[in-house]
Ligand binder design. Structure first.
Ligand code: ADP
Length: 261
């Protein structure tokens, strides 16, 4: 193939074309492998709850008819696992959708008000936690679909709660820069080992698989949140110290940032 091209086009042009072709094939292969990995991981995640349900249905059919305790327990566990499957499927759909880059209708979300509202609802569910809110005096607006913004905040805040069961102390702040603003969520929980930090935004990545599963996690939360943040031209990163704290920093460009009446 390259010899025929060389004949037609001359050496340097051919080399260039062959190189571009090879690069294209590499990148296609890379994306194919990523897709393959994604399907494998998703199937693996689905298999666990399905196997649990299957096991409990067998228990019910053998002993459940005569033993109400077995019946109740197995039904409860099966329903929990079904919820897990439901959540997983919904999250997989979000990840695979070729996003709503510009969502149907964008809202001007008042960032500080939205944070207050999310934190107030969390306080009701977790009265034993301290949520220390420190919001920038400026009114910050972000052009985004409100439900995307809520979803993103919920993922970070839920993680802070999930992984800070010792101190139950979560700080939430906003800071305005010249062209950007930051939303910072800091918990004082188990932290993330330094070697894992670069991977936590990867799909299905969990530092401690069994701990995460116990708490209803499937390792997709942060990858979804990152996708949502990037949809609106933001960036997100994590700073952490194992056993001390985890800080999530989300940075958006200040597209709309003005004082309102
Ligand atoms: P999960 O559903 O497992 O929480 P995520 O994608 O939200 O999945 O997070 C990926 C992994 O990153 C988690 O399993 C956990 O190990 C780690 N992680 C995320 N947030 C925190 C946090 N605030 N503190 C400590 N570890 C965290």
């Amino acid at each position: 193939f390259s010899e025929r091209l060389k004949f037609k086009t001359g050496a340097s042009e051919t080399d260039y074309m062959v190189e571009s072709f090879n690069n294209m094939m590499d990148s296609l292969e890379g994306s194919y492998n990523q897709q393959k990995q994604f399907v494998e991981d998703a199937s693996h995640e689905l298999r666990t709850p399905l196997q649990i349900i299957q096991g409990h249905l067998k228990l019910i059919s053998r002993w459940g008819k005569n033993d109400p305790k077995v019946l109740d327990e197995s039904l409860d566990i099966s329903i929990d696992e079904l919820h897990r499957i439901n959540k997983l499927v919904e999250e997989l759909l979000i990840l695979t959708k070729n996003e709503e880059k510009v969502a149907e209708s964008l809202d001007e979300v008042n960032v500080n008000r939205e944070i207050e509202s999310r934190v107030n609802s969390l306080k009701k569910v977790h009265p034993d936690y301290t949520f220390d809110i420190n919001l920038d005096g400026d009114e910050i607006y972000l052009k985004t679909a409100t439900h995307h913004f809520e979803q993103m905040l919920t993922i970070f805040l839920d993680n802070a709660v999930k992984y800070d069961q010792q101190n139950k102390y979560i700080e939430i702040s906003t800071e305005s820069g010249k062209d950007t603003f930051d939303i910072i969520i800091k918990d004082h929980g188990i932290g993330i080992p330094s070697e894992d930090i670069e991977n936590v935004f990867n799909r299905f990545y969990r530092v401690d698989k069994s701990r995460s599963r116990q708490q209803g996690g499937n390792g997709l939360g942060l990858s979804i949140a990152k996708k949502l943040v990037e949809n609106y031209n933001g960036s997100v990163w994590v700073e952490s110290e194992k056993g001390a704290f985890t800080k999530v920093i989300v940075r958006f460009p200040r597209i709309i940032n003005r004082m309102r009446k």
